[in-house]
Design a protein around this ligand. Sequence first.
Ligand code: C5P
Length: 300
Amino acid sequence: MARLVYRCYAKINLTLEVLRRREDGYHELASLVHTIGLADDLHIESANELLTRAEGLDIEPDTNLVFLAAELLASATRVRAGAELTLNKRIPAAAGLGGGSSDAATTLVGLNTLWGTGVHLAELTRLAAELGSDVPFFVRGGAALMRGRGEDLDVLPPVQGQWFVIVVPRHDVLDKTKRLYAALEPTDFSSGELTVLAAHRLRQHLPLIEDHLTNAFSRSARVIFPGLSSAWTKAEALCGRRFFLSGAGPALFALAADRPDARRQAARLARLGLPTYATRTVKHARASIRLAADSTIGYP
Ligand code: C5P
């Protein structure tokens, strides 16, 4: 019986600029995104029907992006096969680290392999956009300049071994992404210039610098997530450096010089009693961690 196991990497928005509100209700973005080592594991096995299980997370089938991705690929390809998908969550959910989106993109890629449906990269990316604005990025991962609603992607050379420390304040804000977008004010909008500058450094293979990092939700997130502002101030004081919001938050990250520095900062942040991670950039959206002899991998 065919069995695939994938590591689905999280992302950090090194920059996230909102240029304007669009006629369709979405917002025009300029964001520099990078996949990082923090990951969920997704086990995919052949089965007669479509079954999804998540360990470490309570999710309803209709909001479970893995299930929705599987249904979408099945209906787009009219495949009759099933699959059993088991997710081991490590990426904190609804934190701004793209865990659900990464799992969904890997479901599309993994089932395309398991079912032998042969859907090409461009079409998988189009299907991914139906699942959420961040999902197309995770079909490839690595480094990308994200524009439009999130589906317009320029692939960039990935950064080698940039270390980060991440701290994730807890929250129970429902529909947080929608709420954060709705709370944006014209003063939160920017031209996209910092994102272009940061992307330029990647093209030149230069290291990232703090001065280019920015996030349009920095003001509104402090209003919407109770306790974020105080955790943010404390994190910056404990580690003696700036922290930045990833995505719509509330995950906060800071640049670290190397692995020992990232670990040292993570140890300092332990005082906050919040989930903390030391991690680094990775080149792909996923890695195949075990393959059945009769299977071949799809897009790496
Ligand atoms: O596309 P996704 O389902 O991830 O988006 C969730 C919500 O975030 C949307 O319903 C929309 O309100 C908001 N959004 C936006 N502009 C974007 C992406 C998302 O306004 N570029």
